[in-house]
Design a protein around this ligand. Structure first.
Ligand SMILES: C[S@@+](CC[C@H](N)C(=O)[O-])C[C@H]1O[C@@H](n2cnc3c(N)ncnc32)[C@H](O)[C@@H]1O
Length: 376
């Protein structure tokens, strides 16, 4: 993405994170057979900026695609200038930046036969009459004209705006679309998303290297991680969400730990044991276990049952409520209304109960059960 455009987006809502081609390639290599004769829609993708467009345009014939549709949203602060190439005349600059449009590709051929042209170049692709660029009202994925395009699509592939992830996924489910989309792992705990994972309607893809993605972005990278890249933002906890069958779903976690009450404390307010790392799931425990949300990355529905989300009102009912804690340091009473969190007893826990024992709270946990527990 051009630097001038990045500057233009600095004050905007934080949805401008552009995916690298290498990350798209790394994930989509696992889905190739699913694309043959399919209509692919990238509906948060300015063809001039998006590597999703580039990916599918470059591999249009290799994947055997029937059609590629990309739509560009007029609210995107980095979209605009390149359109001068196509739509003329413009009244003023402001109008340029507000243009929404779609590109529909149905044929990709090496027009001059020298093989040297980058087939992902939009201008070049549009020299072919079978490929069309036309305007849209807004390009908002929720708009009726975009929904009409969604209806045409077999598979939707994109990195949608983080701020609208719930709405975006809900729409895909409503129209019963196959999809491969980027999202943050925190979305696992959303009340609109978790039930889909629990019911095996959605699962996680292969993911980004080291669980973190570098996106081209206009925002300043405030993270202190060592692997900073120029003009990019590193976002940890990013993953792919999909409902397309992938081999990874059938891989089992190799369980090498054995249960012992000393190593796996039971929650004070729920009948399950605390397992703070997925790798530590005991192979022989047949009861309920609380695991971190990163477990979803390894989840195989033949190996485990997802019981509930151990966080969030309404998701689970703790067997005990704590009216007030005493802070062991200040000796003050603290009222903790969040009785939907899980707590474990710890000798040096941060909270002192009225009964005189110490607790620590654990945050997001998924409550699971091993379907086939067995001794080592
Ligand atoms: C996370 S960025 C990803 C862009 C591109 N898909 C990629 O991965 O490189 C999300 C994009 O969606 C656009 N967007 C925001 N709201 C939108 C909406 N309601 N409809 C369609 N696109 C939207 C943003 O302007 C932004 O360009």
């Amino acid at each position: 993405m051009a630097k001038r455009n990045l500057d233009a987006a600095k004050t905007a809502k934080k949805d401008e994170f552009y995916t690298q081609l290498t990350d798209i390639e790394r994930e989509l290599q696992h889905y190739w057979p699913h694309f043959r004769d399919k209509v692919v829609l990238c509906n948060c993708d300015d063809p001039y900026e998006s590597n999703f467009f580039k990916y599918f345009a470059l591999r249009f014939n290799q994947l055997g695609l029937k059609k590629l549709i990309c739509t560009c949203y007029n609210g995107s602060p980095v979209q605009g200038n390149e359109l001068l190439l196509r739509f003329e005349p413009w009244d003023d600059e402001a109008e340029i930046k507000k243009k929404a449009y779609k590109v529909e590709i149905t044929e990709v051929k090496d027009m001059n036969g020298d093989g040297a042209v980058d087939l992902s170049d939009v201008r070049y692709l549009l020299q072919n009459d079978k490929n069309v660029l036309s305007t849209l009202q807004t390009g908002d994925f929720r708009d009726p004209e975009c929904i009409e395009l969604l209806k045409q699509a077999d598979i939707v592939v994109t990195n949608p705006p983080f701020s609208l992830f719930r709405e975006y996924l809900r729409q895909l489910m409503e129209y019963e679309k196959k999809f491969i989309i980027v999202g943050h792992q925190n979305a696992i705990t959303y009340k609109e998303v978790f039930p889909l994972l629990k019911e095996n309607k959605v699962w996680l893809g292969y993911g980004f290297k080291g669980g973190a993605a570098h996106f081209f972005s206009p925002y300043e990278d405030v993270a202190t991680a060592g692997d900073h890249k120029k003009d990019m933002i590193r976002v940890s906890g990013v993953n792919w969400f999909t409902n397309i069958e992938i081999a990874k779903r059938n891989e089992q976690i190799d369980l090498v730990c054995k249960y012992s009450p000393g190593e796996y404390p039971t929650y004070d307010n729920y009948d399950a044991i605390e397992v703070c790392k997925t790798a530590d799931i005991p192979c022989d425990y047949d009861g309920l276990m609380g695991v971190p949300i990163t477990f979803m990355d390894k989840y195989n529905p033949n190996q485990f049952e997802i019981v509930t989300l151990g966080i969030g009102e309404g998701n689970f009912t703790p067997k005990k409520k704590y009216e007030k804690f005493r802070n062991p340091e200040t000796k003050e009473f603290i009222s903790d209304k969040r009785d939907f969190l899980l707590y474990v007893r710890k000798p040096n826990g941060k909270y002192l109960t009225s009964e005189g024992y110490r607790l620590d709270k654990v945050y997001a946990r998924i409550i699971i059960r091993n379907k086939h527990p067995k001794a080592l």
